[in-house]
Design a protein around this ligand. Structure first.
Ligand SMILES: [Zn+2]
Length: 317
């Protein structure tokens, strides 16, 4: 898949207005939610940088509450090369695995140090929208985590078509799962992670802006008329909510897929082989099993290579 999304010039945007590089705080001075939108947690995921650049250029200001914008892993972004875009995902370690008190108390990697600088902003945020893109071509996915309040917010937003109820990664804590975002009792906190499509897909910034418009409006910090009209795209006919039941983690480098899975394939019968790991077949555990974000591009022992999902059953019904 060709990388055809151009590299954004953010030399002005990376200055920020907070004293922390890449961090902007737009404060209405009135009561309201504190909303944070983050981009470039992974340095090769350019769609979020394009979207935040467009947001700043629009001069949108919150009417209520605060809006924090963060260009996160600038050091990784600075190493971007479209020929080897995976190499600029991070510098020392994946910045979306460092958001635990344990890792944040350390000072050993560039990502730990940067996360610590971002932390005071993240801790203020009531709502977080974290913008990402994917290793492989795919329809956009909105990842909610398991808490019903985030699933409900995804339904309120009404897009994208595919919503994934997931449970994070074994190899570290994501920003969107940090602290109260994953506390069942923190009723005000909301966090969503948007995967806009393939890293190099030129449509991904528009996907991000559509969700930004929906998210800001739902948060109440802007009015509909404040938003540039061309951000909002048509609603999908319906949303499909998929609950991740299994994350297949590579036990070693000996992992193969039986087909070039694109993601969102639904396999009708339990026991269908999707590949093998260490010589053992990887079988679907139930009927009507959907593959989510299959990828061997980042294959290392401990990395999630595919998630398995079933249609979500709301706990209320
Ligand atoms: Zn990412």
């Amino acid at each position: 898949m060709q990388f055809s999304l151009s590299f954004p010039d953010i030399h002005q945007e990376r200055q920020g207005n907070t004293g922390v590089p890449g961090v902007w705080c737009l404060d209405s001075g009135h009561a309201g939610r504190c909303v944070m939108i983050s981009a470039l947690i992974h340095g090769n995921e350019l769609c979020g940088a394009w979207a935040l650049k467009a947001l700043l250029a629009s001069q949108l200001q919150p009417r209520r509450g605060k809006l924090i914008l963060a260009f996160c892993n600038l050091d990784a972004f600075d190493r971007f090369n479209p020929e080897q875009h995976d190499a600029s995902r991070y510098v020392d370690e994946d910045m979306n695995r460092v958001w635990s008190d344990h890792k944040l108390s350390q000072d050993q990697t560039q990502e730990q140090r940067r996360a610590k600088a971002l932390l005071p902003w993240l801790e203020q945020a009531d709502w977080l929208l974290d913008l990402h893109s994917m290793h492989e071509p795919s329809a956009p996915l909105l990842l909610t985590g398991p808490l019903p309040r985030n699933i409900e917010l995804a339904q309120t937003l009404g897009a994208p078509e595919h919503v994934i109820v997931d449970t994070g990664h074994k190899d570290g804590v994501r920003m969107r799962d940090y602290g109260r975002f994953s506390d069942p009792d923190a009723h005000e906190a909301r966090s969503l992670l948007l995967e806009c499509g393939f890293h190099g897909d030129p449509d991904t910034p528009a996907i991000a802006l559509d969700l930004i418009a929906r998210f800001l409006l739902a948060s109440g910090i802007v009015d509909a008329a404040d938003l540039p009209q061309d951000w909002r795209r048509a609603d999908p006919d319906q949303q499909r909510i998929l609950q991740v039941t299994h994350a297949i983690v590579a036990p070693s480098m000996q992992v193969r897929f039986s087909q070039n899975w694109q993601g969102l394939e639904t396999l009708p019968e339990a026991g269908t082989a999707i590949g093998d790991a260490d010589g053992q077949p990887l079988l679907t555990p139930y009927d009507h099993c959907t593959l989510v974000m299959p990828s061997l591009r980042q294959l290392r022992p401990g990395v999630t290579v595919v998630r398995l999902a079933q249609d979500y059953q709301s706990p209320k019904t």
